[in-house]
Design a protein around this ligand. Sequence first.
Ligand code: GDP
Ligand code: MN
Length: 390
Amino acid sequence: MKIHEYQAKEILRKYGVTVPAGEMATTLDEADAAAKKLFSAGNAAVVVKAQIHAGGRGKGGGVKVVKTLEAAADASKAILGMQLITHQTGPEGQKVQRLLIEEGSAIDRELYLGLVLDRATAKVVFMASKSGGMEIEEVAAKDPEAIFKEYIDPAAGFQPYQARKLAFKLGLLPTQIAEAVKFMTGLYNAFMDTDSTLMEINPFITTKDGKLAALDCKINFDDNAMFRHKDLKELRDLAEEDPLEVEASKFALNYIKLDGSIACMVNGAGLAMATMDIIEYAGGKAANFLDVGGGANQEQIENAFGILLSDPNVKAIFINIFGGILRVDVLATAVVAAAKKLDVKLPIILRLEGTNVEEGRKILADSGLKFEVGTTMKEAADMAVAAAKG
Ligand code: GDP
Ligand code: MN
């Protein structure tokens, strides 16, 4: 689960990590009031920041440093409601519905700090780099030596000597080391307590007067741990997620929207991946990934149809089922009932294998509905591609 920068900073604050003072705003009036407060507190500059679940906002025009209240109002007007396009949003961009109005910082150096779970070592790794403010993926590709890493023993936890090592490698001043240890330890504690899978401070800055601060913060939580974080769950912003994916998650359907024209309904994640591959191989494009699960019943199939049909790009539906726990006759009965109930007009192509496959095929043939049934995955995929084109 992703959260906004302002929410992430709120969490960091609780762990004693220095972040600039600021307030979230959803209207221009709120933004104006927040800017007024910051200027009257004596700040020379205020930063207006778009809050979306994607990075690269600065380059896309979603971060503006301003020196007057009028300029702050102009920046807020320009950013709030804009369709912000960054390398992480896709070409259609993401609509900005929240702003963070923050005190400006006098930046001396822009550095990078990150925590992530390293699957190879099964440890949390603390990363640091002098190349802050730019994509860490780019740094990793061009100059991997520029990323310093400390692997954290899960039993011992993050040790002060590890923080000191990173601080020295970053070239922090001797007077900043104690502060940096406190800062990094706070990040580690926040990361662990919230069951995060990723935490990035980019940039982690030193200011002209020698202080340290988290100028940006990105946190991703582990979805599988959210059941023990009711408070964090409330930070979810559904406006940032694909509406069809939100709908699918209500029915416990494992659905990811894609931009092709062939909708897929499959049982099992591996088969779903193979289905997308074979559609591509047959010259088509999948409209989604959808795993209906092993124990799908009629209601679940109906829900799945509903989701697939509400994507206007869909021109054909490819149902690829290997009947194991889910018997093929049960699936076929559910498909017929759901197709009748929802009055599905789009071509439905099926490839069925497994337990009770003959009974399943008979149910489809006797249904009075027009289904196309392929015997192999490739044959069915070819039929689906042809149907989507025709
Ligand atoms: P991102 O582009 O989505 O990663 O957004 P960031 O919050 O990282 O902001 C992008 C860039 O804006 C930073 O790398 C800084 O260079 C700049 N920036 C952000 N806040 C301030 C500030 O308070 N003062 C100054 N001078 N620059 C800032
Ligand atoms: Mn950033």
